[in-house]
Design a binder for this molecule. Structure first.
Ligand code: NAD
Ligand code: UDP
Ligand code: UDP
Length: 311
């Protein structure tokens, strides 16, 4: 069935891949973005498509449009950018969620929230299951993002209980791929751009901290499956690749795949940087029949070839 679908943050890294996928599936897509970290170049190739519409708008303000489904992705995701204007980051998550939930309530539309593994903070449970409540500093430099996203989850579940809204919440773990901004500041884009331009790779801390990286096409498949899951399956559900790497292992793989002679330079670890992160994806496997298929080496090759052609 052809649907009218709103994607907030649709000009961003994940949002632009999602818009592409939804158009491929035959839907009408309205992309809403204020271009804080997103970019028209990410969606320029969709502009000629009559099923695609683009609207410049900040989700902290009310939005009156029509839609059958809403994917709420608006929010900067890189620590460098979400810490640039932390008050706006919290507003985007909290006021943005209120406005999109109000919109969904008026339209009786299904709504999916892009939450994050950051709701687990610096986790004491490893790997992280959805049942774990997290260990988050409420007053630190990451809190605007972590607590904003936690409050958005609270709002989603209160609209579900209080207004019987059809809500879906996914907790996305570190995702990478083509269309990340070269200056985005996240580790995968930083290391690749540094390696390709013969600059030193900036390792924060001793490089023993871990992350689990999911390729964007795998993630987008999981996102759409979650939206299409039966009513009442609200999540939250973890979406990510459970294969865990240290940042040193990541740097070595990037150096090998780019053939770069760049050296690794060690810099201070930012405050509250989680020491380890790896999703337990049993819930997604069971309820969405989903699991990632692209391993880090293959995903990095595609991402490196994207950056080679753009920087
Ligand atoms: P991104 O920064 O590339 O995209 C975010 C988009 O939201 C950008 O286009 C930006 O301009 C837009 N935006 C920001 N504030 C806005 C506002 N107030 N109004 C309208 N648009 C606004 O980041 P991404 O990696 O594509 O992340 C997308 C979503 O997924 C975010 O909600 C993020 O928190 C979540 N997420 C991403 C990851 C990841 O690893 N990439 C992990 C966990 C969660
Ligand atoms: N809202 C919106 N678009 C709509 C409907 C509501 O942006 O189509 C916003 C509106 O600004 C409101 C918020 O969503 O403040 C929450 O709406 P809700 O109906 O839940 O609450 P109320 O209007 O009673 O504050
Ligand atoms: N990191 C790093 N060098 C960089 C950027 C990041 O060593 O140039 C580290 C960062 O401190 C963190 C990990 O890589 O431990 C992942 O960082 P990113 O910002 O990509 O994601 P997040 O911390 O939000 O998971």
């Amino acid at each position: 069935m052809r649907k009218k679908i709103l994607v907030t943050g649709g000009a961003g890294f994940i949002g632009s891949h999602l818009c592409e996928k939804l158009l491929e599936l035959g839907h009408d897509v309205l992309c809403v973005d204020n271009y804080f970290t997103g970019n028209k170049d990410n969606i320029r190739h969709l502009m000629g498509n009559t099923s695609f519409e683009l609207m410049r708008h900040d989700v902290t303000f009310p939005l009156y449009v029509e839609a059958d489904e809403i994917y709420n992705f608006a929010c900067p995701a890189s620590p460098v950018y979400y810490q640039k204007d932390p008050v706006q980051t919290t507003k985007t998550s909290v006021h943005g969620a209120i406005n999109m939930l109000g919109l969904a309530k008026r339209l009786n539309a299904k709504i999916l929230q892009a939450s994050t593994s950051e709701v687990y903070g610096d986790p004491e449970v490893h790997p992280q299951t959805e049942a774990y409540w997290g260990k988050v500093n409420p007053i630190g430099i990451r809190s605007c993002y972590d607590e904003g996203k936690r409050c958005a989850e609270t709002l989603f579940f209160d609209y579900y209980r209080q207004h019987q809204l059809d809500v879906k919440v996914i907790r996305i773990f570190n995702t990478y791929g083509p269309k990340m901004q070269p200056d985005d500041g996240r580790v995968v884009s930083n290391f690749i751009v540094q390696a390709l331009t013969n600059k030193e790779l900036t390792m924060y801390g001793d490089g023993q901290q871990t992350r689990s990286f999911c390729f964007v096409s795998d993630l987008v498949e999981g996102i759409v499956r979650m939206m299409d899951s039966p009513k009442g399956f609200t999540g939250p559900v973890n979406l990510g690749n459970p294969t865990e790497f240290t940042m040193l292992e990541l740097a070595e793989m990037v150096l090998k795949l780019t053939g770069s002679k760049s050296k690794i330079v060690f810099k201070p670890l930012p405050a509250d940087d989680p020491r380890q992160r790896k999703p337990d994806i049993s819930l997604a496997k069971q309820n969405l029949s989903w699991q990632p298929g692209v391993n880090l080496e293959d995903g990095l090759k595609q991402t490196i070839s994207y950056f080679r052609s753009t920087i």
